[in-house]
Design a protein around this ligand. Structure first.
Ligand code: ZN
Length: 376
């Protein structure tokens, strides 16, 4: 007998919320940050290392996996969890966003999108029905509705037409998903930076009914101020008793600002991608390990961080292996970045539970304003 999918709020502080999503594959503590495992791997990390950083859930990309190695092959091999050796929950996106950003020869109609693969030019089609089929073949625990979103800034009429099609696709996604106990389907609110359109979208989704709701169509070029402007009202248009997921966000201060506005889940490639380009996130802000100032520095990246990169290696070593393009560089820096993100989430969960989230935010910004430790 499997546990059904459910969400329970444990505490709120202002608009910030903390709680737990229960799934048959384990609990997801919220607010939750989901590392991105694009091609069935969080690049440079073993799955057990990702779990050791504190991640309860990963994100997998439908677009990438449908092209290579294909959803059908993953299904034949026992599903995505078994394939990539990750037994905790997995959320998959619908493929819609990446088709629009990565594929070529796209043709968008009411039915769906046809496109050419960026890998080998082969022709493919995604629709609400096909996206639901692929995400089921992958064995995803949290399935996202197939939607479409225009890059911002865009005319209101363009945003409105796109949002209304996404709402028709949301209904088709719901119908195609069917009844799958223990698996969740999330709707995605659209409407750009227009409050009326966001309201219309939230109403349409709530009427259909989903296990969780995403605030979509942000972090697509509008900037932090405009994004926070939307988050000032958009999450509260969605049901209180369901998880709210902000897609594709973000930098640490985006995440803290989003949680302050009532967001429960986020994902971003930033900590893993930055780990491979020498950009390190710390409590004191961003450190660029390729900078020559680290070449003779025997100190850790962050003396209070308990990750392997900080516990066992100097800035000088991390600088050296980055400059030498050694693989361990991406491994250690990605581990540190993911560890930092998960520690940030744990800090917020604790602070919300203790009703001291404002103090947490003040300390967070204060430490960042101080900047990195003095150079030697
Ligand atoms: Zn560290």
């Amino acid at each position: 007998m499997s546990t059904p999918f459910s969400f329970s709020l444990a505490a709120t502080d202002g608009r910030a919320r903390t709680g737990v999503i229960d799934t048959p594959r384990g609990q997801i503590r919220t607010p939750a940050f989901m590392p991105v495992g694009t091609a069935a791997t969080v690049k440079a990390m073993l799955p057990e290392s990702v779990a050791a950083t504190g991640a309860d859930i990963l994100l997998g990309n439908t677009y990438h996996l449908m092209l290579r190695p294909t959803a059908e092959r993953i299904d034949r091999l026992g599903g995505l969890h078994k394939f990539m050796n990750w037994d905790k929950p997995i959320l998959t996106d619908s493929g819609g966003f990446q088709v629009m950003s990565l594929a070529s020869l796209r043709k968008l109609t009411e039915e769906g999108v046809t496109f050419a693969s960026h890998v080998d030019g082969s022709k493919h089609m995604l629709s609400p029905e096909r996206s639901m089929e692929i995400q089921k073949l992958l064995g995803s625990d949290i399935v996202m509705c197939f939607d479409e979103c225009p890059a911002l800034p865009a005319e209101d009429s363009v945003v409105a037409a796109s949002m209304r099609m996404s709402m028709r696709w949301a209904q088709r996604s719901r119908d195609a998903f069917g009844d799958r106990p223990g698996h969740a389907l999330f709707g995605i609110q659209q409407g750009g930076v227009n409050q009326d359109l966001r309201g219309e979208s939230a109403e349409a989704l709530t009427k259909i009914g989903f296990d969780g709701y995403a605030v979509g169509g942000l972090a697509v070029g509008e900037g932090q101020e405009a994004m926070f402007g939307v988050l000032d009202y958009a999450p509260d248009m969605l049901p209180q008793d369901k998880p709210r997921y902000l897609m594709g966000v973000g930098k640490p201060d985006d995440i803290v600002g989003a949680v302050a506005r009532g967001i429960d889940m986020m994902d971003c490639v930033l900590p893993s991608r930055s780990g491979r380009t020498g950009q390190v996130f710390t409590r004191h802000g961003v450190v660029n390990i390729k900078n020559a100032r680290h070449a003779d520095d025997p100190r850790p990246l962050d003396e209070d961080c308990s990750c392997p990169a900080c516990r066992n290696y100097s800035r000088a070593y991390l600088h050296h292996v980055f400059r030498s393009q050694e693989m361990i560089s991406g491994m250690l820096l990605t581990w540190h970045n993911l560890h930092y993100y998960q520690e940030l989430m744990q800090g917020m969960r604790d602070a919300i539970a203790a009703q001291r989230f404002d103090d947490f935010v003040t300390v967070f910004h204060g430490l960042r304003a101080e900047g990195d430790i003095e150079r030697l």
